[in-house]
Ligand binder design. Sequence first.
Ligand code: TXA
Ligand code: MG
Length: 320
Amino acid sequence: MTERLTATPEGIARAAELLCTGHLAAFGTETVYGLGADATNNRAVARVFDAKGRPHFNPLICHYPSADAAFIDVVASDTARALAAAFWPGPLTLVLPRRVTCKVALLAGAGLDTLAVRVPANTIALALLRACGRPIAAPSANRSGEVSPTTAAHVLEGLDGRIDAILDSGPCPVGVESTVLDLSGHRPFLLRPGGVTQEAIEAVIGPIQRGLPLAAAQATQSLRSPGMLLSHYAPKLPVRLNATSVSANEALLAFGPPPPGAASVFQLSETRDLVEAASRLFDGLRRLDAGASAIAVMPIPESGLGLAINDRLSRAAAPR
Ligand code: TXA
Ligand code: MG
């Protein structure tokens, strides 16, 4: 049975109690719902991989209530501190060297000598993290490879009965996962575009390196950030990108005025607003995922949050 918890002091206390006793509780963040586990508890972390069907070589992000708490577990450079000051709490994940004193289970970091840390911008999540008083590992609360959840109902579609509880804090406002920035090397390296744009990061720390185009990056980048597998975020139907026209048996994910003729239409943003589109992306992919032969997606500009949106869409469209 998966307990349904509401975003009340009692609900938060119950979720914290479950997490601190090795159970799995999903909770909302500003980006997507996370599947939480005590990051210092090996067995709890192992259960996360099991519930998601996630490959063990793919490390998890650890969540903290503050930058100070995060930097107890990792070594923070000046760059890391500047980014934390600018964007935390918020949708930015920093990959940094683990401290020798770090108590996070090695399994959570997939045995790497780095750890991905972040402080989410959601008051319920922050209250939960404070109540736990320990790092909480939380990948997106979906079955591995499937579309990330932005509502409690999405989480239950994939994980009902496989996890102990879900703390419902309503829909996630950002809608795409955090930006993952690797600060463990010589230069900052963008591993995953996400809720904080590359432009915003560069305004704080100057130019950053970005991955190669998706296909070319697959071989090398999958080693640096194993979660960046080519096929990911995938609905059941095939996905066709950059559609400027649509056939009668296709469902259309629209961005602005749609071409006529689709079997069904989900509008990401009538006014072509990328922030609104990001917040509706995963819900749209789920809603269109039946009763058609494919999902056609209108072109989305490659700037701002468009980078993260196109990253997720190209993985959704990648060969399975
Ligand atoms: O917005 C988010 O980041 C959400 C919410 C729940 O916080 N979490 C999330 O987790 O998207 P997940 O597990 O679905 O994606 C984590 C990504 C993966 O691509 C993983 O490979 C990468 O972060 N990652 C984690 N630890 C890493 C490390 N030490 N080095 C490089 N990449 C790492
Ligand atoms: Mg995920």
